[in-house]
Ligand binder design. Structure first.
Ligand SMILES: NC(=O)c1ccc[n+]([C@@H]2O[C@H](COP(=O)([O-])OP(=O)(O)OC[C@H]3O[C@@H](n4cnc5c(N)ncnc54)[C@H](O)[C@@H]3O)[C@@H](O)[C@H]2O)c1
Length: 360
C-alpha cells in the first residue's frame, strides 16, 4: 500500500498527510492520518492499541481516517477526516506524560487535526491531552466537553431506522415491528428505550450478564434470546447490530430473517461484497457510518462550545440523510453502501471546491 496517490498506482491511499510521532522517554509511538481537509479540519479519535507491527498500525490509521472523512461529510459537518493511533498496550504504557506528549504533537498540526476518544482512550485521557492542545474533543462536561456520545449515537441510529422503515413499509415508525438488538451496551440501551417508546417490540441479546439484568429490571417486556445467531434466525423485522464489527458476514446474511438492518456497530460488513449479498436477498442495509454519526456530531459540537439541543437537531437530520441515500440507491441501481460513498464524495468535491474562490 502506498500513501501517495498516483495515476499508475491504484493501490495508493490518497491521504493528504500522515505524521509519525515519537517520544522515546514516555514510549509514545503515534501515527496521525489526515485523509482530507476538503471540508475543514480533520476530526477523528485516537485509538490506543497493541498492534502486532508498525505496518498494522499504519494500515489501521489509513483505513480509519478515510472512513472518518466519509462519515463527517455525510453528517453534514464542516470537518474533514482524520484519525490517530498510539501503538502500544494502554494497560502497560498509558501515562500522563505520554498522553501530554501526544497532545503536543496534535498541537503542532495547528488545527489541521482534532482528536477525540476511540478504542483504548477515554474522556479522562482527552482532558489530559487538552492540557497541551486546543484541538481535542470528547472532554468531560466539567472541562467543556460533550460527555457520553452514545446518547446521540443511539438517537441517530433510531432516526436512520425510521427512514429505513419508511422506505420499506411506507411509514417512518417502528410501531408494531419486531426489532432485534444485538448488544445492550451504552448505545443499545438508549436505542431500546427509543424503540419501545415508538411502539416497537424488542428482542435482544448480550454476552454480558449485567446488561441482561439491566434489561430484565428496566424493560421486562423485552424478549431475550441466547446469542446473536439466535437473534439473526429469529422472526424479526429489523436487525440492529450494536456490539462488534463484522456482524454481517457470509454466515449471518443467508440466515437473516429481517428485511432491514440498521445498527450502531462500526464496520458491520465483514468484507466487500456483503452489501451486494444483502441487496440480492432483498434486505435493506442502512450504512453503519451514516446512521451511527450521532456520536461524532455530539463531540464535533464541542468545537463551537457544546450545546446539546443544537447537536441533537443535527443528529435528527440522520433521518433525512438516510432517506436521501436510500432514494439515490434506488435511482442509481446500487446498494445503499455504494450510494452513501457517492454522496459523501460529492459533498467533499462540491463543497470542498468552494475554497478555490479567492477571498482576499
Ligand atoms: N458509543 C458511541 O458513541 C458510538 C459511536 C459510533 C459507533 N459506535 C459503535 O457502536 C457499537 C456499540 O458501542 P457502545 O458504545 O454501546 O459499546 P459498549 O461496549 O458499551 O456495548 C457493546 C455491548 O455489546 C455486547 N457484546 C459484545 N459482544 C457481543 C456478542 N457477540 N453478542 C452480543 N452482545 C455482545 C457487550 O457485552 C456490550 O454490552 C460499537 O461497535 C461501537 O464502535 C459507538
Amino acid at each position: 500500500m502506498g500513501v501517495f496517490a498516483s495515476t499508475d498506482d491504484p493501490g495508493s491511499t490518497g491521504h493528504e498527510q500522515v505524521v509519525f510521532c515519537q517520544d522515546k522517554q514516555t514510549g509514545l509511538k503515534a501515527i496521525i492520518g489526515i485523509y482530507s481537509t476538503a471540508l475543514g479540519p480533520a476530526l477523528g479519535g485516537t485509538r490506543f492499541y497493541p498492534y502486532a507491527s508498525e505496518e498494522a498500525a499504519l494500515a489501521d490509521v489509513l483505513d480509519l481516517s478515510r472512513g472518518m472523512a466519509y462519515k463527517n461529510a455525510l453528517a453534514g459537518l464542516d470537518l474533514g477526516g482524520g484519525k490517530a493511533v498510539i501503538w502500544g498496550d494502554p494497560e502497560q504504557i498509558k501515562s500522563e506524560p505520554l498522553l501530554r506528549a501526544y497532545g503536543r504533537f496534535v498541537e503542532s498540526l495547528a488545527g489541521r487535526y482534532y482528536t477525540a476518544c476511540d478504542v483504548g482512550t477515554y474522556v479522562a485521557d482527552m482532558d489530559l491531552i487538552a492540557r497541551e492542545t486546543r484541538y481535542v474533543t470528547g472532554r468531560s462536561v466539567e472541562h467543556g466537553g460533550a460527555g457520553d456520545s452514545s446518547i446521540l449515537t443511539a438517537w441517530g441510529v433510531f432516526q436512520g431506522m425510521r427512514a429505513a422503515a419508511e422506505h420499506v413499509w411506507g411509514a417512518p415508525t417502528l410501531a408494531g415491528k419486531r426489532v432485534g438488538v444485538a448488544g445492550l451496551g451504552k448505545v443499545g440501551k438508549y436505542l431500546t428505550k427509543h424503540l419501545l417508546d415508538d411502539g416497537a417490540e424488542v428482542v435482544a441479546t448480550d454476552v454480558n450478564p449485567k446488561a441482561l439484568e439491566w434489561v430484565r429490571a428496566t424493560h421486562p417486556q423485552v424478549e431475550l434470546v441466547d446469542d446473536a445467531s439466535a437473534l439473526v434466525a429469529a422472526d424479526i423485522d429489523v436487525y440492529a447490530p450494536c456490539a462488534l464489527g463484522g456482524a454481517l458476514n457470509d454466515d449471518t446474511v443467508p440466515a437473516l430473517r429481517a428485511k432491514v438492518v440498521t445498527g450502531a456497530a462500526n464496520n458491520q460488513l465483514a468484507h466487500p461484497g456483503i452489501e451486494k449479498l444483502l441487496a440480492d436477498r432483498g434486505i435493506l442495509y442502512a450504512p453503519d457510518y451514516v446512521v451511527n454519526a450521532g456520536g461524532v456530531i455530539q463531540v464535533a459540537d464541542e468545537i463551537e462550545g457544546f450545546n446539546f439541543d443544537r447537536a441533537k437537531l443535527r443528529a435528527t437530520k440522520i433521518y433525512d440523510t438516510t432517506r436521501e441515500i436510500l432514494r439515490l440507491a434506488d435511482d442509481e441501481g446500487v446498494p445503499p453502501a455504494v450510494a452513501a460513498d457517492r454522496l459523501a464524495e460529492r459533498r467533499m468535491a462540491d463543497v470542498g471546491r468552494l475554497r478555490t474562490i479567492h477571498l482576499r
